[in-house]
Design a protein around this ligand. Structure first.
Ligand code: CP3
Length: 351
C-alpha cells in the first residue's frame, strides 16, 4: 500500500504468505483454483498416459502437472495435483473416476454400511508426500506450494450420494431420517481429512485450502452442526503447524457469520458477492481470496482486464487479498485468457 515508505522485495512465497496473513506485500498474488487441469493441452498430454486416480498417485507425473500452470500461465503459487476424494480410500471408500466425475461404489446410508467399512490409517508415505517433495525440489524453497482437502461435509456428501448429485436427496434425506449416521460418518471423514492435511504440511505445503464445495446445500441453521464444527476441528488441529488455512465454500454469502467463527486465515469467496461486502460481513480472517467469475475467462483479454480492474475498484489492492477465481477454472477456458488474467492482476495489483 502507498503507506509503505520503501519498496519491499519479496519472494513469491513471502508474497503469498504475507497476503494470506494480512501483512505487507508489493502486489496482490494470484493463482487459480483447478489451475492444473484439462484446459491445458500439456495436462492432457500427461493425462492420456494415466487414468485420473493413477495420475494422482504417481508423484513424478503429479508433480509435473502441478507445476505446468506456473510455467504456462505465470501463476504465483503451485497447488498440488491431487483430489479431495483420495483420503476417503483409506477410510474404506471404493472410489472411481468416470467421465461424469467421482463415484463411490460403496455409498454409506446406514450404520450397517458404516460398520462394513474396512479402513487403514493414512500413511506417512502416501504418494502425495512424494509429490510435494518433488514439486519442492523443482520450484525451490522460495515458491509457495499449497496443499488441500475437502471439508468433511463435502466429502460426506459424495460418500452418501455415491456421486455428484442434482438434488442431494440421499444426504439431505438422511439428515432428517437418521442424522446419527451422518454424525458418525462425519467423524470418520474428519479424521482422514485431517491426517491427509497433516502429512501435506509436514511434507512442505506452505498453506492449505479446505474446499466445502457442497456446504451451501445445507440450511443455514444446520451448517454449524453438519459442516462448520468439523471444519473448525481440522483448523484447530493444524493451527501452529505453520501453514495458513484458506477456507472456500461455493455460495457462502448467507453463511458468512458462521464462517467468521471457523478460525481460517483466509476466506475464499465465489463471484456472487463483492469482496467489499464480504469484508464488511467478516471480522476475523486476515484476508480474502477470490472472486472473479470463472466464465469471465470465456471472453477475451480486454474484457478480462476490465473485470480485474472492476474487482480492484471495489476492493483496492492491499495486504490481505489473494486474487483467484470464484470457483475452479472451466475446462473450455482458452489458455491465452488464463494468461491474460494473471497478467492483468500483475498489472493492476500493485500495493
Ligand atoms: O486445483 C488444482 O489444480 C489441483 C487439483 C484439484 C483437482 N480437484 C484435480 C481434478 C483440486 C484442488 C480438486 C478439488 C476438488 N475435487 C473439488 C473441490 C473444488 C471444487 O471444484 O469445488 C471437488 C468437488 C473435487 C471432486 C472432483 N474431482 C470432481 C467433481 C471432478 C469431476 C469434475 C471435473 O472437473 O472433471 C473431479 C476430477 C478432477 N479433479 C479433475 C482434475 C484436474 C479432472 C479429471 C480429468 O483429468 O479427467
Amino acid at each position: 500500500m502507498s503507506q509503505l515508505a520503501s519498496p519491499i522485495t519479496l519472494t513469491a512465497r513471502e508474497r503469498l504468505l504475507n497476503a494470506l496473513l494480512g501483512r505487507p506485500v508489493d502486489r496482490v498474488p494470484v493463482w487459480l483454483m483447478r489451475q492444473a487441469g484439462r484446459y491445458l493441452p500439456e495436462y492432457q498430454a500427461v493425462r492420456k498416459n494415466y487414468d485420473f486416480l493413477q495420475l494422482c498417485k504417481t508423484p513424478s507425473a503429479a508433480a509435473e502437472v502441478s507445476i505446468q500452470p506456473i510455467e504456462i500461465i505465470g501463476s504465483d503459487a503451485v497447488i498440488i495435483f491431487n483430489d479431495i476424494m483420495l483420503p476417503l480410500e483409506a477410510a474404506g471408500a471404493d472410489v472411481e473416476f468416470t467421465e461424469k466425475g467421482p463415484r463411490i461404489n460403496n455409498p454409506v446410508r446406514s450404520f450397517e454400511a458404516l460398520s462394513a467399512l474396512r479402513s487403514t490409517p493414512i500413511r506417512e508415505d502416501e504418494p502425495i508426500v512424494r509429490t510435494i517433495q518433488t514439486v519442492r525440489e523443482r520450484v525451490g524453497p522460495d515458491f509457495p506450494v499449497l496443499g488441500f482437502i475437502g471439508a468433511p461435509w463435502t466429502l460426506a456428501t459424495y460418500w452418501v450420494e455415491g456421486a455428484g448429485s442434482r438434488n442431494f436427496e440421499r444426504i439431505l434425506g438422511l439428515r432428517w431420517s437418521n442424522p446419527e449416521v451422518l454424525d458418525a460418518l462425519l467423524e470418520i471423514v474428519t479424521q482422514v481429512a485431517l491426517d491427509y492435511l497433516r502429512i501435506q504440511i509436514a511434507a512442505g505445503a506452505n498453506a492449505v485450502q479446505i474446499f466445502d464445495t457442497w456446504g451451501s446445500i445445507l440450511r443455514d441453521a444446520d451448517y454449524e452442526r453438519f459442516s462448520a464444527r468439523w471444519t473448525r476441528r481440522i483448523i484447530e488441529s493444524v493451527r501452529g503447524m505453520g501453514a495458513p488455512v484458506i477456507f472456500y465454500m461455493n455460495g457462502s454469502a448467507p453463511y458468512l457469520p458462521t464462517l467468521d467463527t471457523l478460525g481460517a486465515d483466509c476466506v475464499s469467496m465465489d463471484w456472487r458477492v463483492s469482496l467489499s461486502a464480504a469484508r464488511a460481513a467478516l471480522k476475523t480472517p486476515a484476508s480474502l481470496q477470490g472472486n472473479l467469475d470463472p466464465l469471465t475467462l470465456y471472453s477475451n483479454p480486454e474484457a478480462i482486464d476490465a473485470a480485474v480492474a472492476d474487482i480492484f475498484r471495489d476492493f483496492p489492492p492491499r495486504p490481505g487479498h489473494v486474487f483467484n477465481l470464484g470457483h475452479g477454472i472451466l475446462q473450455h477456458t482458452p489458455v491465452r485468457n488464463a494468461q491474460s488474467l494473471v497478467e492483468a492482476v500483475k498489472r493492476h495489483g500493485a500495493c
